[in-house]
Design a protein around this ligand. Sequence first.
Ligand SMILES: C[S@@+](CC[C@H](N)C(=O)[O-])C[C@H]1O[C@@H](n2cnc3c(N)ncnc32)[C@H](O)[C@@H]1O
Length: 181
Amino acid sequence: MKQRNATKVNGVDISPETIHLARLTEDSERNDIEYIVCDCATLSGLGEFDIVTAVYLLNYTESRDRLLAMLKVICRHLIVGGSFVAYTVNANTLSMNAGNFAKYGVEVISDQPAECGHNCEALFVTTPPTNFNYFKWSRETHDGRYSRLGSRRFHGSPRRSLQKIWPTMLKNIGIISIRTA
Ligand SMILES: C[S@@+](CC[C@H](N)C(=O)[O-])C[C@H]1O[C@@H](n2cnc3c(N)ncnc32)[C@H](O)[C@@H]1O
């Protein structure tokens, strides 16, 4: 975004290690991006932005209240008419039989229905493998949270042009994009 002439860009992550790595990149590339270690559900005071993005962040909110808290923080950091763009895990149940995602770097181990969504276990395909948990909120839960914030939500799926590289992903849609206005 900085390379596309944004005047101010901040990167926020709860993990000090992730921010450390981002700052190392900043030291070598000098994009004038400020990185902050903070829980996005409690962040305040960064100002207002035209765009807020969240790439695979919402799927780490382990309760509907946390999801709403995070979306409220995001709204507070948007100008009137600004956009929130997110990629997150598909809220609709994917079928474990329709193909896993190991070849894309993530192997889903389990996908268990829970209240208003799914609890999932997965592995990053690293050596050794790295396990992590994530949450998949139902479409109704997402819709309910966004409408409480007065936002309209647009739902998208991966583009068909990805067919050659991502056939399993397209057959068994694992991600969605969300855009609000
Ligand atoms: C899958 S990574 C995606 C990182 C980055 N968005 C990207 O696309 O490369 C998810 C990140 O969300 C961070 N995260 C999880 N919960 C968070 C929270 N409550 N506040 C801020 N960051 C969080 C994790 O530390 C992790 O770095």
